[in-house]
Design a protein around this ligand. Sequence first.
Ligand code: NDP
Length: 339
Amino acid sequence: NKKVVLRHYVSGFPKESDFEVVTTETVRLMVPEGSGAVLVKSLYLSCDPFMRSRMSRREDLNFYPEFTPGSVISGIGVARVVDPGNSDFSRGELVWGAIGWEEYSLIENPESLVKIRHEDLPLSYYAGLIGMTGFSASVGFYDICSPKKEQYVFVSAASGAVGQLVGQFAKLTGCYVVGSAGSDEKVGLLKGKLGFDDAFNYKKESDLNATLKRYFPEGIDIYFDNVGGRTLEAVLPNMRTSGRISACGMISQYNLQEPECIHNLFHLITKCVRIEGFMAHRHLHKYPEFEDKMAGLIKEGKIVYMEDVAEGIDSAPAAFVNLFTGRNFGKQLVLVARD
Ligand code: NDP
């Protein structure tokens, strides 16, 4: 059973050497009697920026318990049930949810696993598009921002897993949408493949406030924030009255020793702007509705989806590091096994 172990707490940007892929003894393909656990075989692992906060002792960023150095890390993934124990899962059933970054995982709280209902879709989609990633984009855009036709929408980290979907949801709603990304190639994809109205490379802009004024001369109604920090600061003076900001993530802060201080907050008051954070897993009661809606959109060909799939569990550390160098295009996954 190969597993990805955290060697030590991570400081600054994560590196491949912060992890080790170790092979342990052959796994017993049975759950221990009376444990209430389920044994699953990992198929896809989802690389998620929030995992970074579990790799160090930053109390301001930690929501989930930290990983223990020397132990296997965990995240969201797609898996097949090998031994259902006493649960209501059956052998061979496909599920997604929190699993270990290992070939076989003993899930001690199987109620956190979600049964996959649309088996005719590519399985990897449940580690992203129709799993927690797509659900986050949906909750954060539709529920938090209450978008309306013809409104002006700005999305940061727009070519990433969540961002690419938010942009498309905005277009499906009839909004005008601009995305920012960290390379010219990504900007090209946003404007071409993903249908954004416009896009820019934030690394080439020295004054983001002025950049946003150029792209949004009439201001921004909705900002979907994946990055926080200086981008959020520059957005605030550019918000329109009664605008909404969905605080989805702050990836620009995850590797800093101290979070940056945000200026311009007074604009929230003077423009009556609402900023609201969300944790997608707290909205899971709405997941089945989302799953069916998204399955429909996919089958109708209404969603373009970029995946970046690294092959084999040995490639998992490098795939995770990609999120912070911006090397990933779309959803970063690790394929552990096809079946
Ligand atoms: P992405 O696929 O977007 O990958 C991360 C991207 O962020 C990189 O490709 C890179 O793109 C960009 N990035 C990395 N470092 C920086 C930086 N310092 N400043 C600006 N951009 C940076 O990841 P996800 O779509 O999975 O996640 C996006 C955000 O959403 C994260 O902040 C994450 O924590 C959050 N999230 C929140 C959820 C919730 O429930 N609230 C659920 C899921 C995700 P580029 O080349 O463009 O810089």
